[in-house]
Write a protein that binds this ligand. Structure first.
Ligand SMILES: Nc1ncnc2c1ncn2[C@@H]1O[C@H](COP(=O)(O)OP(=O)(O)OP(=O)(O)O)[C@@H](O)[C@H]1O
Length: 319
C-alpha cells in the first residue's frame, strides 16, 4: 500500500481528538476526510503532514515508517486553508521558495519547474504580481503550485476552498481534480462540505467524534450509508421502520402520484428550489406520524399543499 495509516490515536491531555484511525491509500488516489466541525479531520491531516505526533499508531509511506519524521523531511506537502503565502514575495518567488530551500536544483532548472507549475495552475501571466494583489481563487492556485512544485508523494489540503465564494468553489474543485488526475498525485483533502467531497473524491472517509464511521467511494457512501449519521450527513434521508426493518429512502426516490400506490399521505410542505421542488408528505408508518420528503424535478411539479397523494419508494436501503 502506498500510504498506510494504522490505528492512529491523538490525545490532547486526556481528550482523544482522533481515535484508532486506519486508512489505506493507493498511489494517485484522491481521498476526502469529511465530517462535522471538531471531528478530528485537521488533527489527522496534521499527523500525516508531520506537524503533530500521534499518541499511538503508525503512518507508513511506501512501506517506510514516517510516523515521527519531521515535516520538512517527509515527502508530503500541505496547502493550508489560509494559503500561507509570503506577502512580501511575488507569485513566482512564492513558488520558487521551497525549491530554493531544498538546494537540489540549479537556478535554471528551478525556474523552469516553477514556470511549468504556474502554467499548470493557469497563473503564468501573473508571475510578477505581488500575492497581496491576487483574488482568493488566484492565491489558491499559487498555493497549489507552491506545494506541487516540490513533487510531493502526498499532497494534503485542509479546507482549501472555504474562503472562496460558492461559484468559485465549484470551479476550483473541478480544477484541483483535473490537476490531480493529470499529475497522478496522491491527495488527501479535508472538507466539511458533503457535495465537495462527493464531487472530487475517489474515496470518502466519513468521520465523527474522532472516529472513522465509513470509508467508501462517493456512490457507495451515498447509496449504502452504514448508519443514520452517514445517511443524514451526506444528503437528506427519510428514515423509517417498515415491518420491523430500519430503512432509509432518499427524497429523490419517493415517487408521488394521484393514482393509487403503496402508501398514502397529505402534502403539508412545498418548497420550490428552481430545478427541483421538495414536498413534505404527512403519512403513517409503524403506527406513527412521519413526514416523508420527496424531491421532484421542476417539470414534474403538479402537487399542492393539502393534496391527498400516493407514493412508492423507487429504491430502499436497509440499515
Ligand atoms: N492543540 C490542541 N489542544 C487541545 N485540543 C485540540 C487541539 N487541536 C485540536 N483540538 C481538539 O480536537 C478536536 C478535533 O479538532 P480538529 O481541528 O481536528 O477538528 P476538525 O474536524 O478539523 O474541525 P473543523 O472542521 O472545525 O476544522 C476538537 O475538539 C479540538 O478542539
Amino acid at each position: 500500500m502506498y500510504l498506510n495509516i494504522q490505528n492512529v490515536t491523538k490525545e490532547f491531555d486526556k481528550f482523544e481528538a482522533v481515535k484508532n484511525f486506519s486508512l489505506e491509500v493507493k498511489e494517485g488516489e484522491l481521498i476526502s476526510l469529511l465530517g462535522p466541525s471538531g471531528c478530528g479531520k485537521t488533527t489527522m491531516l496534521r499527523m500525516i503532514g508531520g506537524f503533530l505526533n500521534p499518541s499511538k499508531g503508525f503512518i507508513y509511506l511506501e512501506n517506510k515508517d514516517i510516523t515521527k519524521t519531521p515535516p520538512e523531511k517527509r515527502p508530503v506537502s500541505t496547502v493550508f486553508q489560509n494559503y500561507a503565502l509570503f506577502p512580501h514575495l511575488n507569485v513566482l518567488e512564492n513558488v520558487l521558495y521551497g525549491l530554493k530551500n531544498k538546494k537540489i536544483l540549479s537556478k535554471k532548472a528551478m525556474l523552469e519547474k516553477a514556470i511549468k507549475m504556474l502554467d499548470i495552475v493557469g497563473m503564468t501571466e501573473y508571475k510578477s504580481r505581488s500575492v497581496s494583489e491576487l483574488s482568493g481563487g488566484q492565491q489558491q492556485r499559487v498555493a497549489l503550485a507552491r506545494s506541487l512544485v516540490l513533487g510531493p508523494k502526498v499532497l494534503l489540503m485542509d479546507e482549501p476552498l472555504s474562503n472562496l465564494d460558492a461559484k468559485l468553489r465549484v470551479k476550483m474543485r473541478e480544477e484541483i481534480k483535473k490537476i490531480q488526475r493529470e499529475l497522478k498525485i496522491t491527495m488527501i483533502f479535508v472538507t466539511h462540505d458533503q457535495e465537495e467531497a462527493i464531487s472530487i473524491s475517489d474515496k470518502i472517509v466519513v468521520m465523527n467524534e474522532g472516529k472513522v464511521i465509513q470509508i467508501g467511494a462517493p456512490k457507495e457512501i451515498y447509496e449504502k450509508p452504514e448508519n443514520i449519521f452517514v445517511a443524514n450527513f451526506i444528503g437528506r434521508a427519510n428514515t423509517l421502520i417498515i415491518k420491523g426493518e430500519k430503512i432509509i429512502v432518499r427524497p429523490e426516490n419517493v415517487q408521488l402520484s394521484f393514482q393509487e400506490k403503496s402508501y398514502k399521505g397529505e402534502i403539508i410542505e412545498k418548497n420550490y428550489l428552481g430545478f427541483f421542488t421538495t414536498y413534505g408528505i404527512k403519512s403513517f408508518f409503524d403506527e406513527k406520524e412521519h413526514i416523508i420528503y420527496s424531491d421532484l424535478l421542476g417539470s414534474e411539479n403538479e402537487f399542492e399543499i393539502k393534496d391527498e397523494v400516493f407514493f412508492d419508494f423507487k429504491s430502499i436501503h436497509y440499515l
